[in-house]
Unconditional design. Structure first.
Length: 394
C-alpha cells in the first residue's frame, strides 16, 4: 500500500507532548482493510480513541490517539501502543494475520518522530528525542543475550498436578464460553488468552505459583529472596483451526522473567512447544504440569501446532533486585531443559531455522507499511540486507 498522507495534531502539555496520528493510505480493498483495522484497534490497550474511514475504493483514513510522548524514564510508556499502531497499518488482512512489531516498524517510527522534530516547537523537542532514544534502546536490547541470561531451566517435578492442569483448562473454557477469549490484551504480540485474575475459579493458582515457583526462580537465577512478583499471568490457547491462533511468532516478553507451564498432554496436539532462538537445539515440549523458566529477554516463539488444541499457563514476572549472575552448578531443584528432555526421552533435535529464515524473508517483503515516502531512499533495502544476515527485532 502507498502512503499518501500523514500528519499529526499536536497539543502542548507540561513535560510531555501529546500527538494524534492521522494516516491515509492506499490498499487493494479499502472496505476489507478498514474492517481489519477496526477489529484490531477496538480492544487495544492504551488507545483513547480511533476512527477508520473508507475514503474511496482503495483509500483508507485512520485516526488514532492519543499518544503522550514524555521525557526521561517515562518515554518508554507509550511505545507498546505507538509501535503497535504501525504494525496494525502494515499487517495483512489475509488469514487474520496478527500484527507484529519488527525492525521495519521501529525504523518507521523513529523516522516519523525525527520528521516531527522539524515541524514542532522547541519546547517539545526533548519529549520527542527521548522517545526516539527509548525506541533505539529497545532495539539494542533485542540483540543476543549474554550466556547468563540465555540459560533456560525446566522443573524436575511438576509445579501443577495433572488434576490441577485439567481443572484450569475446564474452568477457563467455562468462563470463556460466556465472556469469550481475549485476543488483543498483549499489544505487540497478542495471544488468545484470559487473565487468571479475571477468572474467579482460578484465584488459587496465584497462591500456588508464588509458593512453589517464585523461590525456584530466585535460586536458579541467584536473585534476592522474596524479591519476585507476578506482573501478569494468563491461560493461552492455541488451536489448529481456520481463523484460530496456532502459534506465536518469535519475540521477547515485556518482563525480566517468564515461565510457561503446559496444561494438557502432548498427545492432544501435534507440533507446538517453545523455541528458543539462542539455544541449540532450542525446541522443547515439556510434560503437562512442568515449568519452563527463562529470562523474558531470551527470544523465543510458540511453535504452531498442526493438530488439536494446546493450552499453557504463562506468566510474566518482575523482581526488585539487581540481577548479577555468577557461575554456579545446577542443583537438585532444576536442570537445563536439554538434560531434562533427554532424561525423559523426549529431546527434540529438530530446530526451525528454515522457518525463521522464511519468516525473516516474509517480514522483509511484506511486513512494512510501504513507507518509502517516510524512509530515506535505499533505507529498506539496507535493512532487508541486515535481516537476511540474521537480524531480528521484537
Amino acid at each position: 500500500m502507498d502512503l499518501v498522507e500523514c500528519e499529526n495534531k499536536r497539543q502542548k502539555t507540561t513535560n510531555s507532548f501529546t500527538i494524534q496520528i492521522n494516516v491515509s493510505f492506499r490498499c487493494t480493498s479499502a472496505t476489507a482493510k478498514a474492517h481489519h483495522l477496526r477489529t484490531l484497534l477496538q480492544d487495544a490497550d492504551g488507545l483513547a480513541h480511533f476512527s477508520v474511514d473508507v475514503i474511496s475504493n482503495n483509500i483508507v483514513k485512520v485516526s488514532i490517539g492519543d499518544f503522550q510522548l514524555q521525557c526521561g524514564d517515562l518515554a518508554s510508556e507509550c511505545l507498546p501502543s505507538f509501535l503497535w499502531c504501525f504494525a496494525c497499518i502494515s499487517s495483512e488482512i489475509e488469514d487474520n494475520a496478527i500484527p507484529e512489531v519488527t525492525f521495519d516498524e521501529t525504523d518507521a517510527a523513529i523516522h516519523y518522530l525525527t520528521n516531527l522534530l522539524s515541524r514542532t516547537e522547541q519546547q517539545n523537542h526533548q519529549a520527542i528525542q527521548d522517545t526516539i532514544l527509548s525506541i533505539t534502546s529497545m532495539v539494542q536490547e533485542s540483540q543476543p543475550l549474554s550466556e547468563e541470561y540465555s540459560k533456560v531451566y525446566i522443573s524436575k517435578n511438576n509445579i501443577l498436578t495433572q488434576t490441577e492442569c485439567n481443572n484450569i483448562v475446564r474452568d477457563t473454557e467455562i468462563f470463556a464460553s460466556k465472556s469469550g477469549w481475549g485476543k488483543t490484551r498483549h499489544v505487540a504480540y497478542p495471544t488468545t488468552d484470559l487473565s487468571v485474575d479475571n477468572v474467579p475459579a482460578l484465584q488459587w493458582v496465584t497462591a500456588k505459583i508464588k509458593q512453589l515457583l517464585l523461590p525456584r526462580f530466585e535460586q536458579l537465577f541467584q536473585l534476592k529472596t522474596n524479591c519476585m512478583y507476578i506482573d501478569d499471568m494468563f491461560v493461552a490457547k492455541y488451536e489448529y483451526k481456520e481463523g484460530k491462533q496456532a502459534g506465536l511468532n518469535e519475540h521477547e516478553d515485556g518482563s525480566p522473567w517468564s515461565f510457561v507451564i503446559p496444561l494438557n498432554e502432548c498427545i492432544e496436539f501435534d507440533g507446538g512447544g517453545t523455541q528458543f532462538v539462542y539455544l541449540e537445539p532450542g525446541l522443547f515440549r515439556p510434560k503437562q504440569g512442568k515449568c519452563v523458566m527463562f529470562s523474558g529477554k531470551n527470544r523465543h516463539s510458540g511453535v504452531p501446532i498442526t493438530r488439536g488444541v494446546r493450552y499453557i499457563l504463562a506468566g510474566f514476572l518482575g523482581d526488585n533486585s539487581n540481577y548479577a549472575p555468577d557461575d554456579f552448578e545446577e542443583d537438585d531443584v532444576s536442570t537445563l531443559i536439554a538434560e531434562e528432555e533427554a532424561e525423559a526421552g523426549e529431546a527434540i533435535g529438530d530446530n526451525i531455522d528454515n522457518n525463521n529464515k522464511a519468516e525473516q524473508q516474509e517480514l522483509a517483503e511484506g511486513a512494512t507499511m510501504d513507507l518509502e515516502m517516510l524512509l530515506p531512499k535505499g533505507y529498506l533495502e539496507a535493512r532487508e540486507l541486515e535481516l537476511t544476515q540474521g537480524g531480528t527485532c521484537t
